[in-house]
Design a protein around this ligand. Structure first.
Ligand code: PLP
Length: 426
């Protein structure tokens, strides 16, 4: 068997209907924005390998720091023990987050970062002797694939098989640029109706990712956070996708006047090298668990909590931000996107163009079948793959979310391919 055949023989891939899917392309090497397959073909990774990569593949500085850490201390139990790299990373993260964040809880991936935030919020109220168990979330939210994270996410094809086992949440409509008044009204009404039962509000700040790259204004979120603080509702910013520069600032919450109570970070936290996450809270949440009673501790942990390799990668990635002036690169990508968005916005194949920082989104017209299973998706996917551009459309929504090291010429190549695709459609 060759590698592709062995892959099909032995491996079950995520979000894949194995019966109808093509066999997987075997990537053997990465460098900067490029990935190389076993035949030596070069691909532009325009989706940052599922939104994880930020400085480019196999970045030498991050690779070196992980290697050094691996030779020094690769893993240690994180209850009863700690290590210098975890401490330094926590200090650095608190240093770059807005003021008010106080404690860092490590875990392994975006879903667990969200689970931790939800459990913290629910147990916060229990520890204080109040029965608050409801969570507010946006109708098109995506917060991960574990049961708690699924419960606070959109109900749809992703969650249908498990529907009855998900806990109830209070959904409010997904904000956009036109419905802000409606959203504020609906949020207020939800809070009124469920008085003193709402434990938390969880949201993807500014961009709802998997739900179709839906973008809304920070001013609206500020209004919702205002309502939360008036009613003591814990606000949880899920920055698993938006964190580390995606929206033009280091964090999406840097666009806000208010700060949420909890922030969830993963994906880009290690520069895209290692599964790793952090759930970071304000002091008052921590204080509700700080007690002589053992029963008030946070009952959560993972075998690899605080893994030294993840911490080393996290620190190295922050160093790269400084060494390479990554925030300037991010600004350059954002302005290239703006120019292209302007150029393509009246294209007849396209319903709407949206942009937030390094994320450029084109929603295509379809004859009815919008959403994840829309067949324009497969057409787009193969069109771009034929040109060795890796994009992973969400139904009829095509987006570019590249590593920040992408060059102007690679961006132009992607833009050109998008124009060619629309010409192909019309
Ligand atoms: C990807 C994502 C998650 C889940 O992260 P995983 O590492 O895939 O578990 C959670 N929230 C948001 C906003 C995401 O984009």
């Amino acid at each position: 068997m060759n590698l592709r055949e062995k892959d099909s023989a032995y491996i079950w891939h995520p979000y894949t209907q194995e019966k109808t899917a093509d066999s997987n392309i075997i990537m053997v090497r990465g460098e900067g924005v490029y990935l190389y397959d076993e035949a030596g073909n070069r691909y532009i990774d325009s989706c940052a390998s599922w939104w994880t990569n930020i400085h480019g593949h196999a970045h030498p500085h991050i690779a070196q720091k992980i290697a050094e850490q691996a030779k020094q201390l690769e893993q240690v139990i994180f209850a009863g023990f700690s290590h210098p790299t975890a401490i330094e990373l926590a200090e650095k993260l608190l240093g770059i987050l807005p003021e008010g964040f106080a404690k860092v809880f490590y875990s392994d991936n975006g879903s667990t970062a969200v689970e931790v935030a939800i459990k913290m919020s629910l147990q916060y109220w229990r520890n204080r002797g109040e029965e608050r168990t409801k969570v507010i979330c946006f109708r098109d939210a995506y917060h991960g694939d574990t049961f708690g994270a699924m419960s606070v996410s959109a109900r749809g094809i992703f969650t249908e098989p498990y529907q009855r086992l998900l806990f109830d949440v209070v959904f409010i409509d997904t904000p956009d640029l036109e419905n802000e008044q409606h959203i504020v009204g609906q949020f207020r009404a939800a809070v009124e109706q469920n008085k003193s039962e709402i434990a938390a509000f969880i949201f993807e700040p500014l961009v709802l990712g998997s739900g179709g790259m839906k973008i809304y204004r920070p001013e609206l979120l500020d209004q919702l956070l205002d309502i939360c603080s008036k009613h003591d509702i814990i606000s949880i910013a899920d920055e698993v996708m938006t964190g580390f520069g995606r929206t033009g600032r280091m964090f999406a919450i840097d666009h806000l006047g208010q700060t949420p109570d909890i922030i969830c970070l993963s994906k880009g936290i290690t520069g895209g090298f290692i599964p790793f996450a952090a759930t970071i809270t304000k002091q008052f949440i921590y204080d509700a668990f700080y007690d002589d009673e053992k029963s008030k501790m946070l009952f959560h942990g993972h075998s690899y909590t605080g893994n030294p390799l993840g911490c080393a990668a996290g620190l190295a990635s922050l160093e790269v931000f400084e060494q390479e002036k990554t925030l300037d690169k991010i600004a350059d990508i954002a302005s290239s996107h703006q120019v292209f968005a302007h150029k393509i916005k009246n294209n007849k194949a396209i319903k709407q163009v949206r942009q937030c920082g390094t994320i450029l989104v084109m929603e295509f017209r379809t004859d009815g079948a919008d959403g994840y299973l829309s067949n324009i998706r497969d057409r787009m996917y193969s069109f771009f793959m034929d040109r060795h551009i890796m994009l992973r459309p969400l139904g009829n929504v095509l987006y570019i979310l590249p590593p920040y090291c992408i060059s102007k010429s690679d961006l132009s190549e992607i833009y050109q391919a998008i124009e060619d695709f629309t010409a192909d459609l019309l």
